[in-house]
Each structure stands twice: as C-alpha cells, then as structure tokens.
Design a protein around this ligand. Structure first.
Ligand code: TYD
Ligand code: MG
Length: 457
C-alpha cells in the first residue's frame, strides 16, 4: 500500500529546484524571489525484491527502429519547428506569455488534423466548451469533427483518453490541471510535475501524441513551463513583441529534430497566418535613405532572414552615456562601440546609443556585428547607406572582420529580394561557390577590417 505523509518543502517556480528552507535567489536558475512552499508528495512503497518483475535489458544491435511515424499538422511553419511533423507518442510543451496565441495555434492545428481524418481531443481547463466553439468560429468552418472536453481533473481526462484513444490530445493549460492525491493547488510545482508525468506515461503507453500548453508567468505562485522542460520530448516557445502582430515559434528542445528552427506567424482577426517569406515582412516599412538603418542577414535554423538594424547615436547629456539594445545583446553593443573607438579612433565614449532590431525578433548571432557597426557609424556620421545594400560578418576585438557560416545562403537571400550590393567578410569571398545567374547581378564587396567600411558607406 502506498502511504503519503504531509511534509512541506520550498520549490523554485521557475525551474523546480527544491530546498528545505526559503531562499532569496534560486541556486539552480539564479532567479530572485521564486521560492514557494508546497507539500512534498512522497509515496513510500514497501515492495520486496521478490515482488519485482524480472526484466532482461535489450541488446542495442537487436533493436529495430524503422522511421518514426510522423503526422504532418498541415501548418508548415509548425511542422518545420517540430522537425517534420508530430511524432506518434510524443509529449510536446508549448510555452509562452498569456495571450500570445498558444490556444489559437493549437486549435488551428486541431482543425487541420481533423481535416486529415485524425481523431483529436482538445481538453481545456481554462475555457468552457462554448468559449472554445466561439474561438473556433473565428478560425473558419471546421469541416470535420473534433472532440472538446472542459475539465481540470486529470484523472477524468486520463480516463477519457484511455477509453476514446484519440491520436492527438491538447491539454490547455497544464497549470489548470490537478490530481486529487497531490495536496497542493493546481499550478504548483508538485501538481504540474505530477500531471505531466501522468500524461507522459499515457502518451508512451497508448501511444497518443500530447501537446501541453504552459503559460510563462512572472507573478504569483504558478509554476512556469521551465519546470517541465526536462520531462517532455519537445519544448516550443511562442514569442513575439507585445504590440506587433508577428509571432515566432522557437524550438528549445527536441528529441526528434533540430532545435534552431523558427516558425513565423502573423496574428490576424481570423487566427494565425503563416508567414512564408519572413524577410519581406521584416523589411516592410524600412525608412529610405535613413542614417543608422542597415539591413543584415541572419540565419535562423536553416533559413536566412533579412532584418533591419537601427542605431541612434547622439551626444550624451549625462555623466554616464545611456545605451539600450532591443532584440539583441546589450553587452555586445558596448563591446562593438569600444572596438570602433579603439580601432577607428572615433570617440564613442561620450555618446548615447540606442540599438533596435526591428520586427520584434531577438537575435544573438555574431554575423550581426558588421551590421550593428555599420548602423552605429552611419548614425554617428549622419550619412546613410544605400537602400539596396546589405551586410553581414563577425567583428573581432582587433577590428578584423571574420568569416561566418552559410555565407552562400545569405547572399542568395539578398539577391532574391533584389539587393544590389552585399558587404561580407573578405575570407568568405574566396570560398563562395555561386554562379553568375545565382548572383542575379548582386555586387559582392569583401571587407577585411572595419576600417574599410568607411570607403563603402
Ligand atoms: P490565445 O490563443 O487565447 O492566447 P493564449 O492561449 O496564448 O493565452 O490568443 C489570444 C489573443 O489573440 C487575444 O488577444 C486575441 C487574439 N486573437 C486574434 O487576434 N485573432 C483571432 O482569430 C483569435 C482567435 C485571437
Ligand atoms: Mg489560452
């Protein structure tokens, strides 16, 4: 018989770190003020060795795999991030801020799956079935049936899944689900872990593919999706800039594919629409002939995306100059400004600088360096770069421009979108294997150090 004794412990609601006493900062994830007190659920089983079923380990060479069975969701951008569709029996966590569009995305996926004759169950602990119906109505007509369940008791949900055996199940959200045996409230670290564990066992044993929604929460005692990351097969985060209508779906962990793919969507009145050519929309609205505005090419997963970087440099009115970075790394900006100051002899120490990667995307790729430097320089000198020029390249501390990976793809993307000049690392020029037709008339300018930038502006 299992017996549980009520004892409490402190858990980090960000990463699930457990501690016997309250701590101001979590030693696990370094988050401040994230500890909450919860009952510990310890099941003590008095099982003797004799009662344990004897199992033999398998030999690696004798295991046959074949390809995993994958189901395409019908939403290309989602399939891409999943690594080519849903793997049967996998547990996928979709995290993101409240209101970003997680429920909308998954309901749209259900619609597509149903149209491909899949048996789908959508479990919501947040909305009534009528509310789900209202959302579904906004997304267009559902030609085929999907099944809805408004329930927060996970044992009831598990029973329905076990009996009906759907192929895909959505749990929206994990923070609303609870199991009776666990003493703590829904959304607590203990509950989200236990309910996820139950869903994991269900997913693997039936098998059924399960999508779990996890809200990223900053306040309150609700555990965040990071607590679950190690338990699930795939972790996707849905992010975007509050005001902008663009949303990015990013893979953070994937046992069945690569993690650096992103999916791009736009939130419209009738749901999420896939953005098939992100470069085009990222550049929409770029000012013409504006100092400090530069187009760069970043690689997201296997895909090149053109993005506008903006810089505003002006004399400071403070003792300490102000610098901000939106969409990129703040420390990198300070470093690049120091490189300009030291290697080019341009005084940036008494300048404020504001850097913005437009479109709400966050980029930390070194290939952005050359673009940031170019934006800083053009803003400082109040000159503008031609509108049909793009640049990419990593910049080292000596002011040298270093090679980046996938240079061909970057150049091709620029050529495809009609750019006429591409400034790239000299070292990349040598190994570039592109034919004249592929280049479509784009002029390549190789630079070896940042000094040479002044000649091309
Ligand atoms: P939702 O999917 O409910 O977010 P989450 O599940 O991540 O909390 O998305 C809610 C937002 O999306 C809400 O602010 C309204 C907006 N929205 C649209 O703009 N168009 C639509 O068709 C739908 C369904 C929602
Ligand atoms: Mg929701």
């Amino acid at each position: 018989m299992a017996k549980s004794k009520q004892k409490t412990s402190f858990f980090c609601k960000e990463c699930g770190f457990e501690s016997p006493k309250w701590l101001g900062q979590c030693p696990g994830c370094k988050e401040w003020d994230s500890f909450v007190e919860e009952p510990v659920v310890k099941t003590v089983t008095g099982r003797s060795v004799a009662a344990i079923e004897h199992r033999e380990p398998s030999k690696l060479s004798e295991i046959t795999t074949g390809d995993e069975i994958r189901t395409l969701t019908g939403i290309g951008e989602l399939d891409r991030v999943l690594g080519g569709g849903i793997v049967t029996g996998s547990l996928v966590l979709v995290g993101g801020d409240p209101g970003i569009g997680k429920s909308t995305l998954l309901l749209q996926m259900c619609k597509q799956l149903a149209e491909a004759d899949k048996d789908v169950l959508y479990v919501s602990g947040e909305e009534s079935v009528r509310q789900i119906k209202m959302r579904a109505d906004r997304l267009g007509t559902f030609e085929k049936e999907i099944f809805l369940l408004s329930e927060t008791d996970l044992d009831v949900v598990a029973e329905v899944i076990g009996r009906r055996k759907p192929e895909v199940v959505i749990i929206d959200s994990i923070q609303t689900m609870y199991r009776e045996e666990i003493g703590s409230a829904p959304g607590s670290v203990g509950q989200v872990r236990e309910t996820t564990g139950t869903l994991m066992r269900l997913a693997k044993s039936l098998p059924v593919s399960v999508f779990i929604v996890g809200h990223v929460t900053k306040e309150g005692v609700v555990a965040g999706p990071r607590v679950l990351e190690h338990m699930v097969d795939t972790v996707l985060y849905f992010e975007g800039d509050g005001g902008a209508s663009y949303r990015f779906l990013r893979g953070v962990k994937n046992r069945f594919g690569s993690t650096d793919e992103i999916g791009v969507f736009e939130m419209r009145g009738n749901g999420l629409v896939e953005v098939l050519n992100p470069s085009e929309f990222m550049l929409a609205g770029k000012p013409k002939q504006a100092p400090g505005s530069v187009v760069v090419c970043s690689i997201e997963g296997t895909r090149p995306i053109l993005i506008e970087v903006q810089a505003l440099v002006c004399q400071t009115n403070f003792n300490m100059p102000r610098r901000t970075a939106t969409g990129t790394d703040y420390n990198r900006i300070n470093l690049l400004m120091a490189v300009i100051e030291k290697r080019m002899g341009i005084r940036m120490g008494d300048c404020d600088a504001y850097i913005n990667v437009t479109g709400g995307m966050r980029i930390h790729e070194p290939a952005l360096d050359l673009g940031i430097i170019m934006a800083l320089l053009t803003s400082y000198r109040n000159q503008s770069l031609d509108d049909d020029t793009i640049c990419f390249g990593e910049v080292g501390l000596a002011g040298e421009v270093r090679a980046v990976n996938m240079a061909e793809q970057r150049v091709l993307e620029a050529a495809k979108l009609g750019f006429e000049r591409c400034i790239l690392p000299k070292v990349n020029m040598k190994s570039l294997a592109l034919t004249k037709e592929q280049l479509e008339g784009i002029q390549l300018v190789g630079v070896g150090s940042i000094h040479e930038l002044l000649e091309v502006i």
